[in-house]
Design a protein around this ligand. Structure first.
Ligand code: GDP
Length: 140
């Protein structure tokens, strides 16, 4: 299996409840290595650009406001099959449908405030990492 990198966000609902360390523990226990990490707060430019793919969806405005509502922690995770593995560790978008032991089952508040983001493909991971990190900030 290939060593991949994926892009992760610990969302405002989780930073507000002081869950960064608890979520990082789940990530590391799954065998993923946090090779870049920073705490930031997005404005409209970053949030709208990042979720541009959802701009026709009815929840777009709410999602953008939510993602600007507090600090987030952006990360690059590295490991075997990292993209698919992190999607598995995160659990389903709606925490009501997420499997036991997943981050969203354990921590998410709602389908919107669902604690984490993870890239859905290797190509999108590359784009999202490039939007959020300079090369020198990623240390494998
Ligand atoms: P993900 O890949 O599992 O994060 O899911 P999507 O790419 O489909 O959606 C992106 C994000 O939009 C989700 O993580 C949620 O924060 C939010 N979202 C998705 N579906 C809904 C919805 O039906 N209502 C609201 N308010 N937010 C949603």
């Amino acid at each position: 299996m290939a060593i991949e990198r994926t892009f992760s966000i610990i969302k405002p609902d989780a930073t507000r409840r002081n869950l960064t360390g608890a979520i990082n523990a789940v990530i590391e226990k799954a065998g993923l290595r946090i090779v870049a990490q920073k705490r930031v707060q997005w404005g409209p430019a970053q949030a709208e650009a990042f979720y541009g793919v959802h701009k026709e969806r009815p929840f777009f405005k709410d999602l953008v406001s939510f993602m600007m509502s507090g600090p987030i922690v952006v990360q690059v995770l590295e490991g075997e099959n990292a993209v698919a593995k992190y999607r598995e560790v995160m659990g389903a978008t709606n925490p009501a449908n997420a499997a036991p032991g997943t981050i969203r089952k354990e921590f998410a508040e709602s389908i919107e405030a669902n604690s984490v983001h993870g890239s859905d493909s290797v190509d999108n991971a590359k784009i999202e990492i490039g939007q959020n990190f300079a090369g020198f900030e990623i240390v494998g």
